[in-house]
Design a protein around this ligand. Structure first.
Ligand code: ATP
Length: 225
């Protein structure tokens, strides 16, 4: 199936009554496999809300999300957990690394959760750290790494289970433009070489240049940017 992500008539409202915020109002989106899609929009326009719903981290009030034809919006907790540990990866602006673990150990966490044998784990972790250019820093903890390096560790960890879909929320948000460019190049390479699909929420103009397509969130709906 070539259509990787399908979003139909998606609604999400926070709160009720006069203070209700209608973050998404009947949003539609189709993303073919292997596309690097950038989602832009002003602060508060609903980008994070959209990514959370696509990744099954939050529940919609209406509409459907399908990944490879499987309906995320209808999955139970167990199915969502399997999705998050397998075909889908999420990279947050805040990195979300475990402070007491080294870079190597952080990248290995998802592989432990998958009960992969230690030798196979070690090999994959080494490969991923090399891919993100951090082999020399493998024994350092997040607090001993720069922001860009931490984001690269977070990316390597997200990629550990071999996901087919990468959701990234402002992955270059806290980084200087040069480091941000490196992260974007890396995501672009992964999309090209591993035919991964990526949906990236961003304010970053650099990112827009490498995207295959850019859509804008406004008034809870998407338009071509
Ligand atoms: N848990 C929540 N409770 C109430 N309102 C929320 C909640 N999460 C988000 N919102 C509101 O929903 C709207 C969309 O928020 P969202 O975080 O999706 O926007 P965003 O485009 O990702 O913003 P930013 O670029 O600043 O991260 C905002 O008006 C926000 O205040």
């Amino acid at each position: 199936m070539n259509e990787h992500v399908v979003v139909e008539d998606l609604h999400r409202t926070y709160g009720t009554g006069a203070t209700a915020v209608h973050a998404l109002r009947g949003l539609h989106l189709r993303v073919p496999r292997g596309q690097l899609l950038a989602v832009v929009g002003r602060s508060g326009s609903g980008k994070t809300t959209l990514l959370n719903l696509i990744g099954g981290l939050d529940c919609a009030d209406g509409g459907r999300v399908l990944l490879d034809g499987a309906e995320v919006t209808a999955m139970d907790e167990e199915e969502l957990l399997a999705l998050r540990r397998g075909t889908l990866a999420y990279v947050f602006q805040s990195f979300g690394l475990v402070p007491i673990l080294t870079a190597r150990e952080n990248v290995g966490v998802p592989l432990r959760l998958q009960h992969r044998p230690p030798a196979e784990r070690e090999e994959r972790v080494a490969h991923l750290l090399e891919l993100v250019g951090l082999s020399a820093h493998r024994n350092q903890r997040p607090g001993e790494l720069s922001g860009g390096q931490q984001q690269r560790v977070a990316l390597a960890r997200a990629l550990a289970p071999g996901p087919r879909l990468l959701l990234a929320d402002e992955p270059t948000g806290q980084l200087d433009s040069h480091t941000g460019r490196d992260i974007m190049d890396l995501i672009q390479r992964l999309v090209r070489e591993e035919r991964m699909t990526a949906i990236v929420a961003t304010h970053d103009p650099v990112l827009l240049k490498v995207a295959d397509r850019v859509v804008r969130l406004r008034d809870g709906q998407l338009t071509e940017a």
